[in-house]
Ligand binder design. Structure first.
Ligand code: PLP
Length: 425
């Protein structure tokens, strides 16, 4: 493929003419394709249909005899805490299992910190002159939305292939006591697909922070969502924090949203005993007990982490061809042209596409006009502002394979049109 950046003006104009012709062809097809939704397909949800028949009419007691139909057991039933303990590699006592959304648990952890403060701190974050968070970007828009909702200032930090740029993180965290935390999606990061290196994990755990109550919100949403058989190792953040003398620094989150049923799964938080006690004290004012029947349902379906791993291999066999389709089209249409770069994730839910600087909004707009809906440009950055206007998040799990192929061809044509127009000035 010709590197478009090496073409002369006449060749670029000819290329643009041909691209516009292709674009018009797609635009006249009346497409209505949606590539925005990072959610499981119906076929993936079908893998967990058995849940709808569990635990059954006569099976409603926990190992220790508690009737799950009734109130109580605020921190989650023992077997669900044990299962998430395996998942998060923590003792069951260091785990709270809640309702269906880890996002809610993260939201509530932030609200508790704002209203009451956290162990190691000087009281409520909201009473301090300012509260700010480090936001590795591109990142997960809903993390940023929580900050925005509560007026927590966001400082974007670059993502590289090992995780957040730790030179930036260390400099910022050490220099400003109003910086209270960092959002992290450590495995198959949304949207870059990056898994944090051991060095990154150890630097996060050990770094000097001006705030004594700095928190790492460790959102391990894609912990077991591998697309290959040889997942990269991920160091254990809480153990690294303990070893570095900061046992309370990390709060771990996970859920079964993309393992079982996204709308009816389980979510969990793992942390130091002190953080768990603190959370429980406040949680006691919020809830008498979570949906324990759903917890029972899940532990009947998954007796151990190995069961979850086997289940995730079935997910991978449905999801992998969709990621392959995206990557094949990008390689075929954009490979060697020097107008785009994209991730080749080994797991998770997204492909991250970078157009040429300054082109993402135009690409998303062009695609929309041709009937292909993409996540809004900028959505992966704090305040919706991508300083280089280049990042586009592609979510391949939900649509059919055929739709993905057409949608990605349209996107590839739009990326080239925007790129060539930029080159032409
Ligand atoms: N965290 C990340 C990184 C996500 O990508 C998502 C969903 O896309 C969530 C959390 C939502 O998790 P839950 O369904 O457990 O609230």
């Amino acid at each position: 493929m010709a590197d478009l950046t090496t073409l002369g003006r006449a060749e670029l104009e000819e290329t643009l003419r041909a691209l516009r012709e292709r674009y018009q062809e797609y635009a006249s097809k009346g497409l209505a394709l949606d590539m925005t939704r990072g959610k499981p397909s119906s076929a993936q949800l079908d893998l967990s249909l058995a849940l709808l028949e569990l635990p059954g009419r006569s099976d409603y007691r926990t190992v220790d005899g508690v009737d799950c139909r009734n109130y109580g057991v605020m921190e989650g039933i023992p077997e669900a805490r044990a299962l998430f303990g395996q998942y998060l590699e923590l003792a069951p006592e260091q785990v709270i299992v809640g309702g269906n959304s880890s996002l809610t648990l993260m939201h509530d952890a932030i609200v508790r910190a704002l209203l009451h403060g956290v162990p190691d701190g000087d009281g409520a974050w909201s009473k301090q002159p300012a509260t700010r968070f480090l936001c590795p970007s591109p990142g997960y828009d809903r993390h940023f939305a929580i900050c925005e909702e509560f007026g927590i200032g966001m400082i974007a930090v670059d993502m590289n292939e090992h995780g957040p740029d730790m030179d930036q993180v260390e400099r910022l965290a050490a220099g400003d006591p109003s910086i209270k935390g960092i959002w992290c999606v450590p495995r198959y990061s949304n949207p870059t697909g990056v898994t944090y290196s051991r060095d990154t994990v150890e630097r996060l755990a050990g770094m000097r922070t001006a705030a004594s109550d700095f928190r790492i919100l460790w959102d391990n949403a894609y912990a077991v969502h591998h697309l290959t058989d040889d997942p990269e190792p991920l160091a254990h953040i809480l153990r690294a924090c303990e070893a570095a003398g900061h046992p309370n620094r990390a709060l771990l989150f996970a859920s079964t949203s993309k393992i079982t049923l996204a709308g009816a799964g389980l979510a969990a938080m793992g942390a130091s005993p002190e953080n768990i006690e603190d959370a429980k004290r406040h949680l006691a004012k919020q809830i008498i007990g979570p949906d324990k029947v759903n917890q029972l349902r899940h532990v009947r379906m998954f007796r151990s982490l190995d069961d979850i791993r086997a289940h995730m291999r079935r997910h991978a066999s449905l999801v992998r061809p969709k990621f392959d389709a995206v990557l094949e089209v990008f390689e075929r249409e954009l490979g060697g042209k020097n107008v785009a770069a994209w991730s080749r994730p080994k797991g998770g839910y997204f492909v991250s596409l970078d157009s040429m600087d300054g082109c993402a909004k135009e690409v998303v707009g062009l695609a929309a006009d041709a009937g292909v809906k993409l996540t809004q440009a900028g959505a992966t950055f704090p305040y919706g502002r991508d300083p280089r206007n280049r990042n586009i998040r592609i979510a391949p799990t939900f649509p059919d394979l055929e739709d993905i192929e057409i949608a990605m061809q349209v996107v590839a044509v739009c990326v080239q049109i925007a790129g060539v127009r930029k080159l032409l000035g």
